[in-house]
Design a protein around this ligand. Structure first.
Ligand SMILES: Cc1cc2nc3c(=O)[nH]c(=O)nc-3n(C[C@H](O)[C@H](O)[C@H](O)COP(=O)(O)OP(=O)(O)OC[C@H]3O[C@@H](n4cnc5c(N)ncnc54)[C@H](O)[C@@H]3O)c2cc1C
Length: 469
């Protein structure tokens, strides 16, 4: 029987392990912390019985993941729960940019002719969504199977958000696009930021922006269940510091940052072959605040009360400015804040009378800044009176994210910057970027294509590379 050792039990490490286990390999997973899950854990942070997603909370990428579908995670306890509305971007008072599941509803709600423009942008891509998901969920280097659809997407995706926004005249559509593009963790004038926003918007129409019932932990628990059902082993509280300490195996897959691979390699990557791994650039981090509330958030925009995900930051220009300040090494007075209110869609996470709120804004890599006051000032703006509902809060800064997860270098939560070539080719330019220069060692983390988010696709493709031999 062939055997594999996987280091790191994040969604990518577990997906790689699940795929190999299903193919009849003997797999053993080693996780540094006391629980599995990496950026997909759920925990009681403030009050007994109230469960918070410590990192990832909202799952358009998970719901469209080819890997999760193929592994039939629903049969292992995973259930996606859809809020009534995928995403809302409040603009003050009752105004908001709203991404509905239905393209028609989204088009109808956008003012002026912006609805028709939104349709022009989205409709052709939506028709090719299944192909585009497969295309964007893997290495982008290579010959596309459907060059027409790929070109159609590429011609729209290559633009910076600052250029794509010019398609629209009104704040609603512009802000919607800007908030989506801000997930790139890049200044909005960078190429492909518009494309990343487009893809997230498309996912909203095609699969929604669901949360996982009971919390994101249920995604990784389902992966663990697949592994165990094929007699795989999971070891927690086992931090691996050197590859030579691992049991011998036919393949070693690392759900880790490239820098960790170098550190573990016993000097074998000190030369030119290790250069891309040593030079790999890490991106922004987050300052995150979780709350237990005694009631739902009193958003002034009615649609905001029907969604699990909000982008707070006002019009496009403010979001653009917020992200430009992070790029310059600071955090603005009005930061762009990503908000999840999972209990709107999934009441199982908290007892009656309790609600959870999850919010973070971008901070520079490694920044120890605690910007809770600035995040809360944005809540004051769009949900006045919310402070009366606060039962408790828990803050996590970038250095605390490093402590929580050793592969979050400087608190980088995207597995590496998506700037420049690193968007397309990470951690190095290669047809098989998962394979490393070390014999029988693969990288399977979000530092490989397609990058950040809980979709398991990095692990899925790394396992495919292992299976190819
Ligand atoms: C605040 C925040 C919010 C986010 N929100 C979302 C969201 O809403 N939706 C979404 O899709 N994504 C979101 N993400 C991103 C998502 O969590 C990550 O992209 C995803 O978890 C990456 O998965 P991974 O398996 O590559 O790595 P990770 O999840 O980082 O897992 C790596 C694992 O390896 C372990 N490890 C590290 N070093 C060692 C070692 N030496 N030995 C053994 N084990 C080790 C770690 O403890 C960890 O468990 C968010 C991330 C953060 C931080």
């Amino acid at each position: 029987m062939r055997s594999a050792v996987i280091v790191g039990a994040g969604p990518n490490g577990l997906t790689a392990a699940a795929r190999l286990a299903r193919e009849g390999w003997k797999v053993s997973v080693y996780e540094a912390r006391s629980t599995i899950g990496g950026g997909s854990r759920t925990a009681e942070l403030i009050e007994t019985g109230v469960r918070h997603d410590v990192c990832a909370a909202v799952h358009p990428a998970g719901a469209s993941s080819v890997a999760f579908r193929s592994l039939r995670l629903e049969e292992h306890g995973l259930r996606w729960v859809q809020p009534e509305v995928p995403l809302v971007h409040p603009l003050g008072g009752e105004r908001a940019g709203v991404l509905y599941r239905s393209l028609d509803d989204t088009v109808a709600a956008l003012p002026g002719r912006d609805g028709a423009r939104w349709r022009r942008l989205m409709q052709p891509l939506l028709e090719d969504f299944d192909y585009l998901t497969g295309f964007t969920q893997g290495p982008l280097i290579g010959v596309p199977r459907n060059p027409v659809a790929a070109a159609q997407f590429g011609l729209r995706a290559v633009w910076p958000a600052t250029v794509l926004r010019r398609m629209f005249r009104h704040d609603e559509a512009q802000a919607l696009l800007g908030g989506l593009a801000a997930h790139s963790c890049l200044p909005m004038n960078r190429p492909f930021t518009g494309g990343l926003g487009l893809m997230l918007g498309l996912m909203g129409h095609a699969v929604g922006w669901p949360v996982a019932e009971g919390g994101s932990q249920s995604i990784v628990d389902a992966l663990a269940s697949v592994i165990r059902s094929h007699d795989g082993e999971l070891h927690t509280d086992h931090e691996v510091m050197d590859l030579r300490d691992l049991p011998s195996a036919d393949a070693v897959l690392l759900d880790l940052a490239p820098r960790q691979l170098v550190a573990m390699s016993g000097g074998r990557l000190d030369g030119w072959r290790g250069r891309p791994y040593r030079r790999f650039r890490h991106g922004w981090s987050a300052c995150k605040v979780d709350y237990v509330l005694s009631g739902p958030m009193p958003w002034t925009a009615p649609e905001a009360r029907r969604t699990a995900t909000l982008h707070l930051g006002g019009p496009f220009s403010e979001v653009e400015e917020s992200e430009a300040i992070v790029q310059r090494g600071g955090v603005g007075a009005r930061p762009f804040v990503l908000v999840a209110q999972p209990t709107v869609a999934d009441p199982t996470r908290a007892p009656a009378g309790r609600h959870t709120l999850w919010a973070y804004c971008h901070v520079p890599n490694g920044s120890p800044l605690n910007v809770t006051d600035r995040i809360e000032a944005q809540f004051d703006r769009f949900a006045p009176g919310w402070r009366d509902l606060v039962v408790g809060r828990a803050v996590r800064t970038a250095p605390e994210f490093v402590e929580y997860n050793p592969s979050a270098i400087g608190g980088d939560f995207a597995g590496g910057s998506m700037a420049g070539l690193q968007l397309l080719a990470r951690p190095r330019i290669a047809l098989d970027p998962y394979r490393t220069p070390l014999p029988n060692v693969w990288l399977c983390s979000a530092s490989t294509p397609p990058g950040a988010a809980v979709h398991g696709m990095c692990g899925w493709h790394a396992a495919a590379s292992v299976l190819r031999g």
